[in-house]
Design a protein. Structure first.
Length: 558
């Protein structure tokens, strides 16, 4: 027999032996996962933090960009800030739950809906020491996250693979924001902390939280900060004296300071165009800086835009609150608002109100593109409604404290540049705006670019008032001048949303908002566009709706 045939015969025998030995039993091989699995689909997700007006309960919420839908919610006592793991495999949320009766301060690790399915899943909850009041999360390296604790003036390092606290270090008084260098350069990662109350910035080595000395920082009330994508610079906005300060991370030295006006509240970094966007709701200004160039590689101002009364961007005067830039480099968006403490200009809203505004700029020419994109559409808003009643808990608190609102409106762009989202605190919704513009990879589905797709309601809140649980029995109704009057014993309050049930087809399952006019224990009125109807005897119900929570912060998949 030839050597070739002997080899073939031997191979057959070996295969037969292996087959007989294995039988019908599977022999699983376990490969331990030492890191959080990545989730590419989460790059098409946006996450929101929401809270209830009195502070309990709050929630984390996941929005699917491609489907324009809410795909997951998770209960969080009092969310203050969130961050995504570098590979998008986990969502980390800080909760100052001790401000809620019966709650505790926590660090939560959640699996987005696309990882395990079945919604936004809380994987682990790590209790923090009493009184921590965590208010910021930073993470740019796999396996670790850092939490700023406003109540104990400290930063906690957490091993996100084991969900265990590994270290805690003291920082300045009132830490409210952090920025971590990514380690993209040869230098080890550092963590920078903005200490609002002590007017300082703390530099920590991420490995062991040992402290470095920061020289040259003189700003008052640092409130927000970002790191450049190469890790070489950190930019700090100071609210007290209105400066944009640049820190060189190699030397921990302030290399430049630019004026942005007292009251500045936010800075966004655009890594695609290497720009910085700063908003100032007090002076009604937005600034655009180049993050490359200038002496000592400090920012240089490219443009500024006024949102004051009489301006082109906002003729009636707006307070810009945040900025989102598209990754495709085409546009950036400014979320702003107007407040009316007594009389609302929108006839659909009585009393104090807030007008949210969304302005579009061309990023290449730095020119105004769209003055105002409507943000309110569909139920429960009326066809031409552009304002919403003011919600006391949505008023911005300065200086910030955990449990208060940082941003009355906040915007974030999807990673694929097809959508931009705006959390409108007073409205209880997250506006979903179509951003696809002449992009063959992102069809607009028949919608015009920079237009509202829909309003995604925040998770339902908790209402403890008697009016929230008492169904009103409707005995008659009439319509005059697009106002419907229901005869019904009720305990409703103005601004409350109710669902009508059991009446005619055009009224059945309609959600309406109770008006302050004509409200009594025996009747209530709502705006309703319809031809006049004389008083008609009927039998139906008005069912109170739970109030929507208030959106506080948005975060996009990377």
């Amino acid at each position: 027999m030839s050597l070739r045939r002997l080899t073939q015969a031997a191979s057959v025998v070996v295969l037969l032996v292996l087959w007989v030995a294995c039988g019908d039993y599977y022999r699983p091989v376990v490969n331990p996962l030492t890191t959080i699995p990545p989730s590419p689909s989460n790059q098409h997700a946006v996450f929101a933090l929401t809270a209830n007006a009195p502070g309990s309960p709050g929630a984390g919420m996941q929005i699917d960009v491609s489907g324009d839908t809410d795909v997951g919610e998770a209960h969080v006592d009092l969310p203050t800030h969130a961050a995504l793991a570098p590979n998008d495999g986990r969502l980390f949320i800080a909760s100052a739950g001790s401000l809620v009766p019966g709650g505790t301060d926590e660090f939560l690790s959640l699996s987005p809906a696309s990882v395990l399915g079945g919604g936004l899943n809380i994987i682990d909850t790590l209790s923090l020491p009493a009184g921590s009041l965590p208010d910021f999360v930073a993470t740019s390296q796999t396996g670790f996250a850092y939490v700023a604790n406003f109540g104990t003036n400290s930063v906690t390092a957490i091993n996100t693979s084991t969900d265990q606290i590994t270290n805690t270090a003291p920082v300045g008084t009132g830490p409210v924001a952090m920025a971590e260098t990514s380690g993209a350069t040869a230098a080890p990662p550092k963590l920078y902390v903005a200490n609002q109350t002590s007017n300082s910035v703390t530099s920590l080595n991420a490995a062991d939280l040992s402290q470095n000395s920061v020289s040259g920082f003189t700003g008052a009330a640092p409130v927000w900060m970002v790191a450049r994508s190469d890790g070489q610079k950190v930019y700090v906005v100071t609210q007290g004296d209105g400066q944009l300060e640049t820190i060189d991370t190699a030397t921990d030295t302030v290399t430049g300071s630019l004026p942005v006006g007292a009251g500045a509240n936010f800075v966004a970094y655009d890594p695609h165009l290497s720009r910085l966007y700063v908003t100032n709701p007090v002076t009604h200004m937005v600034y655009v800086f180049s993050a490359t160039g200038g002496a000592n590689d400090t920012p240089t101002q490219m443009a500024s835009f006024s949102f004051a009364s009489g301006s082109t961007a906002c003729p009636s005067g707006c307070s810009p609150s945040s900025v989102a830039a598209l990754a495709d480099g085409s546009r950036f968006y400014v979320a702003s608002y107007q407040t009316y403490p007594a009389t609302c200009p929108d006839p659909d809203v009585v009393g104090a109100c807030v007008v949210p505004q969304f302005t579009v700029f061309d990023a290449q020419s730095l020119s105004l593109k769209v003055v105002s994109v409507p943000l309110l559409g569909g139920s429960p808003f009326l066809p031409n409604q552009y304002a919403v009643p003011s919600v006391a808990s949505c008023a911005v608190t300065t200086p910030y404290v955990p449990g208060a609102t940082r941003f009355r409106v906040f915007t974030e762009a999807a990673a694929d540049s097809t959508r931009v989202y705006v959390g409108v605190c007073d409205a209880g919704v997250i506006a979903d705006v179509n951003a696809a513009d002449d992009n063959i990879n992102n069809p607009t589905k028949g919608r015009a670019p920079d237009s509202l797709v829909l309003d995604l309601p925040a998770p339902a809140g908790v209402c403890l008032q008697p009016s929230c649980s008492q169904v009103a029995s409707i005995t008659a109704f009439s319509i005059a001048g697009n106002v419907i009057t229901f005869q019904a014993g009720n305990s409703f309050v103005a601004g409350q949303t109710v669902t009508i049930s059991g009446l005619t087809s055009y009224l059945n399952q309609v959600r309406l908002t109770v008006l302050p006019t004509g409200l009594s224990a025996a009747q209530f009125q709502c705006d309703f566009s319809h031809a006049d109807v004389n008083m008609t005897t009927v039998s139906g119900s008005a069912i109170p709706s739970l109030p929507a929570q208030t959106p506080l912060f948005l975060l996009t998949g990377r």
